[in-house]
Design a protein around this ligand. Structure first.
Ligand code: C5P
Length: 255
């Protein structure tokens, strides 16, 4: 059985961590055949705000707004309501903001969906950042280890209105059996080719992430800093295709 190109694309998100719209256009043109979702994070949003959305909407691709909201409930509710206006597919909040803040975000998107007559985006709760290890947690006075902190935050997120979480692809091995399969699992910290992301501590390669049942792999610098972007994209695409294929033949009867 062959895996459809669109199914592969739907698993790949390119983090547009650049500060010019010209670079955004260039990256989208180079990657359009390989990527289903484009992520707008702090660098691009602070540089160009809504023009970044306009550029991505031109290509009819999904937008992932990654501002990782973390504030008092009222502020997050109103920001979440405003996000609905912009037709993004998903956006992030920090699960560390707690249950009241997460509920407020959920209330915000329900109000926004009515106000702007748009489909409400998925709220994704960021658990423990992929740049964190146990030593980093200790520094900010979190005494539990990474796995139990991640599971705890994921539960808070999902019980209070998040449709999914952001975690390391390695975390899926213990999260999926506990949290189930009806949840959207977005996984940054993806490594491929020469090491570009030294700040990321809990990483996985594209094949491993998809084999662990990631819903969406998020990749930035490995593509953006690559001297041969299209080659890198093609390699990632084929690795994802291969992992999807191997998953559908989980035994010796593979083609
Ligand atoms: O360049 P790299 O592939 O490490 O980029 C990862 C992207 O995913 C960055 O835009 C980063 O902000 C984002 N991200 C992350 N870890 C999270 C959530 C989002 O690295 N937990």
């Amino acid at each position: 059985m062959s895996v459809k190109d669109e199914d592969v694309r739907q698993k790949i998100c390119l983090a547009l961590d650049v500060s010019s719209i010209k670079d955004v256009g260039e990256l989208i043109k180079q990657s359009i055949d390989y990527v289903g979702t484009y992520k707008v994070g702090k660098e691009l949003f602070i540089s160009h705000g809504l023009d970044a959305f306009k550029e991505i909407h031109r290509y009819e691709k999904n937008i992932f707004l990654d501002l990782k909201l973390h504030d008092i409930p009222n502020t997050v509710e109103n920001a979440s309501r405003a996000i609905v206006k912009h037709n993004v597919k998903m956006f992030t909040i920090h699960a560390l903001g707690g249950s009241e803040m997460i509920k407020a975000s959920s209330k915000g998107i329900s109000a926004g969906a009515k106000l702007y007559a748009n489909t409400p985006p998925l709220i994704l709760g960021v658990t423990i950042l992929t740049s964190f290890n146990n030593a980093n947690l200790k520094e900010i006075l979190i005494k539990q280890n990474i796995n139990s902190s991640t599971l705890h935050l994921a539960k808070i997120a999902l019980e209070n209105g998040c449709a999914g979480i952001v975690c390391s692809a390695k975390d899926l091995l213990f999260l999926r059996p506990t949290l189930g399969n009806d949840i959207f699992y977005a996984t940054p910290g993806i490594e491929t080719g020469p090491k570009n992301n030294l700040d990321q501590k809990r990483t996985a390669n594209p094949y491993e992430a998809i084999s662990n049942n990631s819903s969406l792999i998020i990749i930035g610098r490995s593509i953006i800093n690559s001297k041969e972007r299209e080659d890198t994209l093609r390699t990632i695409f084929e690795e994802v295709r291969c992992a999807l294929k191997d998953k559908s033949y989980p035994n010796e009867f593979r083609e």
